[in-house]
Design a protein around this ligand. Sequence first.
Ligand SMILES: [Fe+2]
Length: 199
Amino acid sequence: MKQFTAKSFNIPALKGISAKTIEEHLKLYQGYVKNSNGIMEMYGKYNADPVANSYVLGELGRRFSFEYNGMRNHEVYFSALEGGPLPLKDSSPFKKLIAEDWKSFDEWLNGFKIMAATTRGIGWAVLWYDRKEKRLLASWVDEQHLGQLQDCAMILGVDMWEHSYVADYQPSGKKQYVEDYIANLNWEIIEENFKKASA
Ligand SMILES: [Fe+2]
């Protein structure tokens, strides 16, 4: 069976987020890749007798969305830190589209950071590109298997699970973690995510 492959990321020293946190976080990412492969393999095995194994298949199907989205979300999260920080150019069509929907880039970003830092529980703060409507959307995703927007591409995803920040910021430092993650971003990569999604 075709396997998913874990990507490697060239992440520089970051503002606020320690190398140790990134190292441990990458292990969690690799776990999602391993578990996505493991579930696909198990699914094939139990699918040989689907009636007898219907409960197992049902649970594997449910778990797969958790593992797969965990894998893909982290790829967006880590790749956005590579080669950073780099700003978004004023001439960027992506920046202009944000400004069309949210008055200005700064106004959108301010609201997005507050949404990320103040939503209760673990999950992801996400900026999406809605392929059907050709517009940007921002939303919260609980864990990662509940709330992903269908046919929308993740342009920017801020991991708000505690493993992302507690070792460096303590539970009370969520707001500063969001500030620092955003400050570390390579916006050229995020713009590239937008270009690919909107092509
Ligand atoms: Fe994570």
